[in-house]
Design a protein around this ligand. Structure first.
Ligand SMILES: [Zn+2]
Length: 508
């Protein structure tokens, strides 16, 4: 029998998670040149070994389904599997991080850009010939260098999970541990794709024509990046006002933007700092970093709102909950709070109060927001359908590029590159978390509207309700459980409210 007790696993598991999190925060915020993760894995080898796995497996099998003990066991087992897989893939990950941060891609006519910046350069490139050339160079690099690394990582992770024989297959193991039904969610995704097909066909050609001057039949994924960059609204989202606007919003909903010093805003300019805002909880709920580098534009605002939702969630979690209810659990829940905040960018009342968007330009912006929402949802639905089929193919990955191109191109109209089949792939089905979060945030929003009116975000009673009823539960509940508590009409998670909201936006 294992020497490791549940108390020690929780205690040292939390210490390990905190140290990994702090190291990542320091590296991504430019305080340290690189993240040194291996020494942390070594220091905590005792919570990442066979003993720890046996302990969590025993707990998983011996506790009764439906009890809090079983809930803890599921979360701890899932974390143990993830951590052990990450540990065995650490050298591959280090190789990938090095590749991503040092590589350059070169077009046939000699233009050289950093691989990491390629997507941004493509989105900003207004000359279509240049854009396609840059994307072709990027795809050649992915095919040669990055793709094979990721393919190896996906295969090894799948082999590792299957070798544990928790369930007959990778997909069955995921379902057994998370309680998420893949057939149910993929069926919903397929239905969403067919239900919104005519809406998509009616909307896309107009944007392609006015924005890029091209027809749907010639549009590629690099055109999608340029189209969704939507720089014509940058004036309404100045970088200098961004942080104050979001802080003012949080205050007006009756919450403290710093949560009594628990959220630390890292706004300093530093070499090596990521350009996109991110949230790094280093102790939950006591110490949560919100790192940003404001440069403005709508994407920057969306990202800051999203990360603020995560930060408020972690900083409000009950501190008497065990490790697994504060740190682990169903990530759909934390993503739903992040999305509840970032969806304010589709809310006319919010936009008029906290941005420089004028009343006369608002309908145009909302229609664009509806188009973007429809695009991202269709893309994510297709991505999940592709990933489920890929994992279900028992190790035969050779024709995945064809499946990927076919599935993603059919859903989005944009022509995808087979080279991206392994890099545009969320391991362990993180896409299910996003899709469920998307569904859940619309239920939470409906509940807030019914209690506090359409401008709930400036009602000083809304924030305390959100904090006390939802955020304080941390990561204990599943998305279904949160949905059951907040749904105003008894409905569970579904795409229906999202379809309604997209229709409304498109008719603005
Ligand atoms: Zn997120």
């Amino acid at each position: 029998m294992s020497e490791l007790s549940l108390a020690r696993l929780r205690n040292d598991g939390q210490a390990f998670t905190e140290e990994i999190s702090r190291e990542s925060y320091l590296a991504h915020s430019g305080h340290k040149p690189v993240a040194e993760l291996s020494p942390i894995y070594e220091k905590y080898a005792h919570v990442l070994g066979q003993d720890a796995l046996d302990l969590t497996l025993d707990l998983f099998h011996e506790t009764a389904k439906g009890t809090e003990e079983h809930r803890s066991a599921r979360y701890l087992l899932e974390w143990e599997l993830e951590s052990q897989a990450s540990r065995s893939l650490a050298t591959l990950d280090e190789k990938e991080i090095a590749l991503e941060s040092t590589a350059y891609v070169e077009t046939i006519d000699g233009r050289r850009v950093q691989y990491q910046a390629a997507a941004i350069e493509i989105a900003n490139e207004r000359d279509r010939g240049q854009r396609l050339a840059l994307d072709a160079a990027r795809a050649r690099f992915v095919e040669r260098e990055h793709g094979p690394l990721r393919l190896e990582r996906l295969q090894r992770e799948k082999d590792f999970i299957e070798s544990l024989q928790i369930a007959p297959s990778y997909n069955a193991t995921f379902e057994e541990i998370t309680g998420i039904s893949l057939p149910t969610l993929t069926a919903e995704c397929s239905a969403f794709l067919s239900d919104t097909q005519s809406m998509w066909d009616d909307t896309l050609p107009r944007y392609l024509k006015t924005s890029l001057g091209i027809k749907p039949s010639e549009a590629t994924r690099s055109d999608a990046l340029a189209l969704l960059r939507a720089s014509e609204f940058d004036f309404a989202f100045p970088g200098a006002a961004m942080q104050d606007s979001v802080r003012r919003n949080i205050s007006e909903m009756g919450l403290d933007p710093d949560v009594g010093g628990r959220i630390i805003y890292d706004v300093g300019e530093r070499a090596g700092k990521r350009s996109r805002a991110f949230c790094a909880p280093t102790r939950v709920p006591q110490e949560v970093y919100l790192v940003l580098r404001p440069h403005g534009g709508q994407t920057d605002y969306t990202t800051l709102l999203h990360e603020s939702g995560h930060a408020l969630h972690f900083a409000h979690a009950r501190d008497d909950y065990p490790f697994e209810f504060r740190w682990l659990g169903d990530s759909s829940v934390t993503e739903s709070f992040a999305m509840l905040f970032d969806h304010r960018m589709q809310d006319a009342h919010w936009l008029l109060r906290y941005t420089e968007l004028s009343k006369s330009r608002t309908p145009e912006f909302l229609r664009l927001a509806g188009f973007e929402e429809l695009h991202y949802l269709r893309r994510y639905c297709a991505k999940l359908n592709y990933e489920v089929e890929a994992y279900g193919r028992n190790g035969d990955w050779h024709d995945l590029p064809d499946l990927y191109v076919d599935t993603l191109t059919r859903a989005t109209t944009f022509q995808y590159h087979g080279a991206d089949a392994f890099i545009d792939f969320d391991p362990r089905y993180y896409s299910t978390r996003y899709l469920r979060a998307w569904q859940l945030q619309s239920l939470i929003n409906e509940s807030l509207v019914s209690q506090f009116d359409v401008d709930w975000f400036r009602n000083p009673s809304a924030g305390p309700w959100l904090a006390n009823e939802l955020l304080s539960e941390g990561q204990r509940e599943s998305a279904e459980e949160v949905a059951a508590r907040v749904a105003t009409n008894g409905n569970g998670l579904s795409f229906a409210p999202l379809v309604r909201s997209i229709e409304k936006l498109l008719e603005s």
